[in-house]
Design a protein. Structure first.
Length: 104
């Protein structure tokens, strides 16, 4: 039987923060597209999934995917993202040359 609130309202799954392990029950459709979840307290402290740095891979951050959690997706960068990363790297190299490697 489907409630008047819709087919997604009843079923919940338990998910956990990949940084601290805090668990919550959420609706599956809210988190199905994410490879990692980070709870709000960890996200406020800069917590991120511990994923390997591999060429061509990006970690995409989406805020508030299930109220208490931010979602992260670790995947192969598409062509537009690769071009953007290349431009950002070129700008960083140019800035480093301009400042002689000094930060700030």
């Amino acid at each position: 039987m489907v409630s008047s609130m819709g087919k997604h309202s009843q079923h919940r799954i338990e998910v956990s923060c990949c940084v601290c392990g805090t668990t919550r029950e959420v609706r599956p459709f809210l988190v199905k597209d994410y490879t990692h979840l980070v709870c709000a307290p960890c996200a406020r402290k800069g917590g991120r999934p511990d994923v390997p740095q591999r060429p061509g891979m990006v970690l995409v951050h989406t805020y508030d995917v299930a109220g208490y959690f931010d979602g992260f997706t670790y995947r192969i960068a598409d062509a537009e993202e690769r071009a953007s990363l290349d431009r950002a790297a070129a700008l960083a190299r140019a800035a480093q040359r301009e400042t002689g490697g000094r930060s700030g």
